[in-house]
Design a protein. Structure first.
Length: 231
């Protein structure tokens, strides 16, 4: 099997679940009623997110409703409604927070690596850590994002990471003068994301192991080393 066939297979495995989710055609949800500007408000939102994640982990999506979330969060349902109009809005906000966290983790890893550190490995390690958190809640939150018609936000996230890779080419490949081509950055980011999505959704037991990290680093290094030499 050739290198590009392998990568194509990774992409299919990683994204087939999102393609099967039926997208609802309706007006966008007002995901938050009150922006959590103050520390106390941010803490309340975090408590709501944690309670939602615990319910999804232990009891599944069928048990999720605003009254139960408020009960598990230790707040009144009126307080919850001050921040979110319904459970879908909570899941959308959780998905968007995860998107922000992933992008920030990758950009930080490839931007602030110490001399001698491997930016690719640091980025992969950060991604594994993010994808390993609340796997079930994360999956359901992203399914909600797609089902509610906001799947383009996932694509925009990948585009942002691809652009960050291209802009920091010399930190990742010191000998390369020209930026990583846009097409190459697209393929690489989708390949890595595909592996991580599959590992999280399939509860792959080796996801947090050094071996898993090594294999993803090998995928990244192998792909980048095969790029045509720039002049």
């Amino acid at each position: 099997m050739c290198e590009y066939t392998s990568i194509a297979r990774i992409l299919v495995l990683g994204f087939k679940r999102w393609r099967t989710v039926k997208v609802r055609r309706k007006q966008p949800i007002d995901s938050k009623r009150r922006a959590p500007q103050q520390a106390r408000a941010r803490d309340t939102v975090e408590v709501i997110f944690e309670a939602t994640a615990r319910i999804l982990l232990k009891e599944g999506a069928q048990a999720l409703n605003t009254n139960y979330i408020a009960e598990r969060a230790g707040i009144s349902v009126g307080t919850l409604y001050g921040y979110f109009p319904n459970k879908a809005a909570i899941l959308l906000a959780m998905a968007r927070r995860e998107i922000t966290r992933v992008t920030a983790a990758v950009v930080r890893a490839i931007s602030s690596a110490d001399a001698g550190a491997d930016p690719a490995r640091l980025a992969i390690r950060a991604l594994i850590a993010e994808f390993s958190r609340h796997r079930k809640a994360r999956r359901i939150a992203f399914q909600t994002l797609v089902a509610e018609g906001f799947g383009a936000e996932l694509e925009a996230n990948m585009d942002e990471i691809a652009a960050a890779l291209a802009a920091r080419t010399q930190r990742i490949i010191p000998a390369r003068r020209a930026p990583i081509p846009a097409v190459s950055a697209f393929v690489l980011t989708r390949a890595v994301n595909g592996v991580l999505v599959s590992a999280a959704n399939e509860r792959f037991p080796h996801m947090g192991t050094p071996e898993f990290e090594d294999e993803l680093v090998r995928l990244v290094r192998g792909y980048l080393s095969a790029l045509p030499v720039s002049h």
